[in-house]
Ligand binder design. Structure first.
Ligand SMILES: Cc1cc2nc3c(=O)[nH]c(=O)nc-3n(C[C@H](O)[C@H](O)[C@H](O)COP(=O)(O)OP(=O)(O)OC[C@H]3O[C@@H](n4cnc5c(N)ncnc54)[C@H](O)[C@@H]3O)c2cc1C
Length: 406
């Protein structure tokens, strides 16, 4: 049932006062530095306090059921909470400390997990104390994921995993990994796959970090050499991993639509301010470069339309937005908006947007270059731009398949 605006305003007051009491002011506006670093700097005591308080309140996972440690809020309440978080320059560090636990694995365990699996894994994700990675892609199975060859054998009392994954984000620092493995070598490609949750703290798993163009090493090659998983770490039914895995990817895309906040979005620099500073204004007070002015206006309208579309979807669903194939449209739109923004920002900076390091560039200028470079990955991870277009064509527009079936 839709919540009345009075009820939401009462919740807003509650959220505001809880944040005022619990968010350490020294962290205000630090989202960029904290969340976009390669790993969370736990040496800052205020950050540790904030992680603990937010986790214990369940507001790092605001819409998850309270019985497993989530906030138990409606989507609309969560939206209000995010607005209040943005308003004071706060952010949700659990998005980083839980790895892919919050955005992908947790929602999938809540949907497919047994009661025992939910009780074992979800509270630790809500507290941000276990870091999850995801082992889907392999050297010969990216867009064509169903070709994966990593194998899990039933050894009676446990699963034995052998094979290689690649591009595994955070594998080297993760406690757990959700792995898609082949459990039936004779079944058709999509029917012989299972989703197994594996404890990464074992010597039979080797991770080799890969360095990205933007300088960081956010992902790894991951090797399973007779690695062990418990029998009850199978998520969903045996050989039903394709269904479970696809659902998880919908959650991943949902998290990349630009709808989930907590990343300190309210603290983003305004492009207009940057343009005024670096490009300057003409005698009439307009941006001095008319061509740039027109492209900037186009971008600002597109970005605004994207955020209004997301707000409309949440409102139309009466606050109970569920993930669906439409996440593919929003993911592509979000990638385009973010990549255009990064491109425009760099163009405005001119020569100051060419720096990699050095005192002649300030921190914002250096960050703009790295954001531009790392932003290229947005239209690749979670299923590439072209693959999303295929999903939109098939599942939303009902067009015939244009690719070969495996
Ligand atoms: C930063 C980053 C983090 C990642 N993290 C993870 C992770 O944690 N875990 C994980 O398992 N994977 C991860 N990935 C891998 C990601 O899911 C794959 O890169 C992606 O699915 C594409 O697969 P691929 O790289 O093998 O490219 P390919 O599948 O080889 O595709 C190459 C190109 O061909 C196009 N293409 C392929 N097939 C089609 C088709 N049928 N129709 C039209 N065009 C097509 C693609 O769009 C792409 O442009 C990550 C990737 C990046 C960049």
């Amino acid at each position: 049932m839709a919540q009345s605006s009075e009820a939401l305003e009462t919740f807003r007051a509650e959220a505001k006062s809880w944040l005022a009491e619990n968010f350490p002011p020294s962290l205000a506006g630090q989202a960029g530095a904290v969340l976009r670093a390669e790993s969370v700097d736990r040496s800052n005591p205020d950050l540790d306090v904030w992680i603990k308080r937010l986790g214990e309140k369940g507001w790092g996972t605001p819409t998850w059921p309270a019985e497993y440690g989530g906030g138990g809020l409606s989507q609309l309440e969560a939206q209000v909470l995010n607005q209040e978080i943005d308003a004071i320059g706060a952010f949700n560090p659990l998005i980083v400390t839980a790895g892919m636990g919050i955005t992908m694995v947790g929602p999938t365990i809540l949907e497919y997990g047994t009661e025992e699996q939910k009780k074992r894994h979800i509270p630790k994700i809500c507290l941000g104390t276990t870091f999850w990675s995801l082992g889907y892609s392999e050297p010969n199975a990216g867009s064509d994921l169903a070709s994966l060859q990593c194998r899990a054998e039933d050894m009676g009392d446990h699963w034995r995993l052998n094979g290689q994954k690649t591009w595994t984000s955070g594998a080297d620092v993760s406690d757990w990994c959700g792995v898609l493995c082949r459990t039936d070598m004779d079944a058709p490609k999509r029917d012989g796959i299972s989703f197994i949750m594996i404890d990464m703290n074992q010597s039979e798993i080797e991770t080799r970090p890969i360095r990205l163009i933007a300088g960081a090493s956010p992902f790894c090659e991951t090797f399973f050499n007779n690695a062990r998983a418990k029998k009850d770490d199978l998520l969903g039914d045996l050989n039903a991993g394709w269904t479970v895995g696809k659902r998880l990817l919908q959650h991943e895309r949902q998290s990349q639509t630009g709808s989930s906040s907590g990343m300190g979005g309210g603290q983003k620099r305004s492009l207009r301010d940057v343009a005024e500073k670096y490009v300057g204004l003409d005698a009439e007070g307009k941006l001095a470069d008319p061509d740039l002015r027109s492209r900037l206006a186009d971008h600002m309208m597109e970005a605004r339309a994207h955020s209004l579309t997301i707000a409309r979807i949440v409102a139309e669903s009466r606050g109970n937005a569920k993930v669906s194939a439409a996440a593919s449209i929003l993911k592509n739109a979000a990638s385009r908006v973010a990549q255009n923004r990064a491109e425009l920002l760099l163009e405005m900076l001119g020569n100051q947007g060419l720096g990699w390091e050095g005192e002649e560039y300030n921190a914002d200028e250096l960050a703009a270059v790295r954001t531009w470079l790392s932003g290229k990955a947005m239209s690749i991870y979670g299923g590439s731009y072209e693959i999303q277009n295929n999903i939109i064509a098939k599942n939303i527009l009902g067009l015939p398949e244009n690719t070969q079936r495996g």
